[in-house]
Structures are given as C-alpha cells and as structure tokens.
Design a protein around this ligand. Structure first.
Ligand code: KIV
Ligand code: NA
Length: 265
C-alpha cells in the first residue's frame, strides 16, 4: 500500500493481513513511526497522560487534540491518521459530536475520528458518518469512563457485560464504523467479536485473535517505567538509554570534556 486508507485496512482484514497501529502525538516521532512502516497512527487522548502528565484522559481538550493531530499529520506520508475525540467533546448530543469531528478534520487534517462507546453514541456516529467523516469505534476498557468503572482492570469478564459488548460491536458496525478498537478484554471474547464482524477489530490487551494490534508508542519504547500491564511488550528500554545519555552529557559538561576543539568554531 502506497497510502493507507480506511479501505486498505478493511482490505487487510479480508486478506488476512494483520493491521499495525501505534499512537503518536508530535511531528518528530510521527515522522519516524510513519517511515518505519506503521499502517495506522492514532493521535490518542492518551496524550493527556503521556504528553501532559495527567492521571486520566479526561482533562485533554479538543484544542489540544487538534494541536497534537496537526503536528502528526504534517509528519506522515503513508499512515492513516485517526484522532480521538476527547472527553466532553461528543457525549452531549449528536450535533456537538459532529461539530467536534468537523473541527478535527478541518483544523488538523486527520483522516478519521475515534469515539468511545456503544449504542449510547450510535446517533452521534451516524451523524458524523453522514458528513463523510470515517469513524473508528472503541469498546471494552474505555478510559474516558474510568470513574464509572473505578478500576483499570480487564472488562467484560462477566457474561452480561460480554453480551452487551457483542451487541455494541454489532451496532457500531451497522452504524458504519470502518474499524473497532477493543481494549483490555478476555482473548476469547475479542476473538468472538472479530469473527462476528466484517470490519477490522484492533486490540490492545485483547489477545492475538483479532485483526490488528495497537500500543501506546511511549510504552512500547520503554519510556514509561512505572507502567507494566501484561499486554505491554517493550521493544526498547528508552528510559534507561536516555538516562544514560543525559548522565553522560551532564558529566561531560561538568568535566569540561564537552565541547572539545573539533566541536568549537
Ligand atoms: O488514546 C489511546 O492511546 C487509545 C489506545 C490505547 C487505543 O485510545
Ligand atoms: Na484513547
């Protein structure tokens, strides 16, 4: 694929090719991630935690999401860029949801939006889709509802919640979502959802039997030390490497080793 579109990720599912997705929030890292061959970049509202140091995703604003998304969009040549609608920008009513989605598309240049929730937000999703804006769904552990859940543990382990999730997934597909994220649910339930939907299902902590995987970039690069859920595989230990590099710089400056003759004019 030369440029990834919502159609290409759907084609990947039909062809049995797994979809790769990572978050990015800024120009420099998005440029690297895009050039490395990622299929989908998510400008996640996890920027609230990763970029701004908030405890939850709730505080990040639509203006801040647009700032992050526009930085990412300027960086990419190939990836599909999906942007989270932040908490408070779509739950009021479908008109508000549409207005927020339009602002993201117009002001950031992103290619699609993602919303958390099932049947409760189907009217908003339909309205956004009618405006020609592709929508990705998000079910399971939906962090914007953390104060309803009270915990970040695995969702839908009980039959009732699992059945509701299956119904929600079908409703999102029927409404016209082009793909669906499932966060932190049992592997077997995720498999059932992926098998019962035609649209691609992208998992985070949802096991291998889905159509693609997503991780938070800073987590998989090992920049966040305190966070180690079992679903997280670390591909680098950037926390330690950066600590070493900064430590070396500090001592080079203190020891008058930096800058040397060649590094001076
Ligand atoms: O904001 C985010 O990073 C996300 C992914 C974890 C799916 O929504
Ligand atoms: Na998110």
């Amino acid at each position: 694929y030369k440029k990834i579109t919502t159609n290409s990720v759907q084609e990947m599912k039909r062809n049995g090719e797994k979809i790769s997705m990572l978050t990015a929030y800024d120009y420099t890292l998005a440029r690297i991630v895009d050039a490395a061959g990622i299929d989908v970049i998510l400008v996640g509202d996890s920027a609230s935690n990763v970029m701004a140091g908030h405890e939850t995703t709730l505080p990040i604003t639509l203006d801040q999401m647009i700032y992050h998304a526009s930085s990412v969009v300027r960086a990419i040549d190939r990836a599909l860029v999906v942007v989270d609608l932040p908490f408070g920008s779509y739950q009021g009513n479908s008109k508000e949801a549409l207005t927020s989605a339009i602002r993201i598309m117009k002001e950031s240049g992103g290619h699609a939006v993602k919303l958390e929730g099932g049947t409760e937000i189907v009217d908003s999703i339909e309205r956004i889709l009618k405006a020609g804006i592709p929508v990705m769904g998000h079910l399971g552990l939906t962090p914007q509802s953390i104060y309803k859940f009270g915990t970040y543990t695995v969702r839908a382990k009980e039959e009732a919640e699992a059945e509701k999730l299956l119904e929600d997934a079908k409703a999102l597909e029927e409404a016209g979502c082009f793909a669906l994220v499932l966060e932190k649910i049992p592997r077997k339930l995720a498999k059932r959802v992926a098998e019962s939907l035609e649209i691609p299902v992208i998992g985070i902590g949802a096991g291998p039997d889905v159509d693609g995987q997503v991780l938070v970039l800073h987590d998989m690069l090992g920049m966040t030390h305190e966070f180690h859920p079992r679903f997280l595989r670390r591909y680098l230990d950037l926390y330690d490497q950066i600590t070493g590099a900064v430590g070396n710089y500090v001592s080079d400056v203190k020891n008058r080793d930096f800058p040397n003759e060649k590094e001076s004019y």
